[in-house]
Design a protein around this ligand. Sequence first.
Ligand SMILES: NC(=O)c1ccc[n+]([C@@H]2O[C@H](COP(=O)([O-])OP(=O)(O)OC[C@H]3O[C@@H](n4cnc5c(N)ncnc54)[C@H](O)[C@@H]3O)[C@@H](O)[C@H]2O)c1
Length: 257
Amino acid sequence: MHIADSVYFISGGASGLGEAAARRLAANGAAGVVISDLNLEAAQKLASELGDVALAVRVDVQNTDEIVAGMDAAITRFGRIDAAINCAGIGWAERTLDRENNAAPIDNYRRVININLVGTFNVTRIAASHIAKNEPQDSGERGVIVMTASLAAFDGQIGQAAYSASKGGIVGMTLPLSRDLAATGIRVMTVAPGLIDTPIYDTMPEGLKERLASTPVFPKRLGLPDEYAHLVQAILENRYLNGETIRLDAALRMAPK
Ligand SMILES: NC(=O)c1ccc[n+]([C@@H]2O[C@H](COP(=O)([O-])OP(=O)(O)OC[C@H]3O[C@@H](n4cnc5c(N)ncnc54)[C@H](O)[C@@H]3O)[C@@H](O)[C@H]2O)c1
């Protein structure tokens, strides 16, 4: 896929990794960047900064009607969708039993799975139905889906049963999705980021972010959102990448806590 002249639908595009992807794609000549997010105000702020290339839409990935409407708005404005980049997601930490051995509320588990995993599949399947209508390029490719997992898919820490399951589900569906969508010329790839410096850490207890920053092997720092966006660009451009998860983690392996 050529970054220039293509149209991108980014879920969770108003902040952090999605925002970085939106900025990089717009800077590299995208024909359209759809910033979809639960937070419409933040999406609109970014879209107005990026200019005519960007469209802000309010989409809660838990709501199928909103996903459909957001993609319809993208088609109305730009005429097509060439790639979907799934960044909408939430962090969550809760032990299975609390200090008094009470079981964790099941609704919290369901919510994390619903946003991070079901939401990613829902955006992916609806985006694929639009991408499938594109004329294929000479290579037969019609478009690309990028999903965002996490190191927690592999090295889940204490308290991460729900979050790790949601991200492990994304890793697990990467290959079958690429097989499902092969006939339509759509590649599917997943990025599993380590610790990238985004607002997702804003609510952490004081000092924890600094402690985390010392844990990667090399370079010994948090990743930059644009380092994620750079990998997304490489995935979009490299036609031979398909059905795989790439760790973006400076060789970090998470400890139990
Ligand atoms: N930052 C990291 O270190 C890191 C590491 C591993 C995985 N991730 C994953 O990357 C993704 C992006 O994280 P980030 O660090 O950019 O966080 P972030 O909080 O900066 O951005 C997430 C965005 O998703 C939006 N969002 C949340 N729930 C939504 C919903 N139901 N529908 C639509 N939008 C919703 C938020 O409004 C926000 O704009 C998440 O899936 C996260 O789990 C991040």
